[in-house]
Write a protein that binds this ligand. Structure first.
Ligand code: SF4
Length: 210
């Protein structure tokens, strides 16, 4: 199988329970909830996206002919012989392209594989850390994993409805939008009112990383 990658780069994971960890981010091109074109945003199933996932023209992006080639690219971005290797597979929607062959190829190179998905496509087996971020109005089929990350506020989602899903951690993250202060207030209020939810912030933005 070939893979279309928007960009790939070494950074620190900024969100969730693994925030602060060095990681290679691998951003697949394409999403099943939005075309990525601004003219389609208003009618998209997901319309608050802050990510460019269109095409393969970003730093470290491109088309890769096979799992071994892409895993070697990720290893090259890690850049040294250190262990605790972490690859964060994101998008776009990574489940459109991620397969067992790539997970195996990354494991062979010593990487733990973390995935950030919208949950509308069932996760493939073998993922080491699965983060699901549900979007209002979509049919989330992947209701188990390591962390559920709710970008908040979102009209059309009741957090109480999600609390029975089978995740180890429930995280609320302020939506990065025009009124981010209102998002901070709403996310903080949820974490204060319902202790199952833990506030997570986008730490990479605070320190100036992508
Ligand atoms: S599901 Fe994720 S990648 Fe797709 S449009 Fe929404 S925020 Fe962006």
């Amino acid at each position: 199988m070939s893979y279309a990658v928007k960009e790939a780069f070494l950074t620190l994971q900024g969100e969730g329970m693994q925030a602060g960890s060095r990681a290679v981010f691998l951003r697949f091109a394409g999403c099943n909830l939005w075309s990525g074109r601004e003219q389609d945003r208003a009618t998209a199933q997901c319309n608050f996206c802050d990510t460019d996932f269109v095409g393969t023209d970003g730093p470290g992006g491109g088309k890769f002919a096979g799992a071994g080639q892409l895993a070697a690219h990720v290893e090259g971005l890690w850049g040294d012989e250190s262990d605790l290797r972490l690859a964060v597979i994101t998008g776009g929607e990574p489940m459109l392209q991620l397969d067992k062959a790539l997970i195996d190829a990354l494991h062979d190179r010593g990487f733990r594989v973390a995935v950030e998905s919208n949950g509308t496509i069932a996760a493939v087996p073998g993922i080491d850390w699965l983060c699901i971020s549900p979007k209002a109005g979509t049919d989330v089929v992947q209701r188990s994993g390591n962390e559920l990350k709710l970008v908040w506020p979102q009209a059309g989602i009741d957090p109480i409805d999600l609390e029975g899903w089978a995740f180890d951690h429930f995280l609320v993250q302020p939506m990065d939008c025009a009124d981010v202060q209102a998002s901070y207030v709403a996310a903080t209020a949820l974490a204060m009112e319902r202790p199952k939810w833990r506030l997570t912030l986008q730490a990479h933005k605070v320190v100036g990383l992508r």
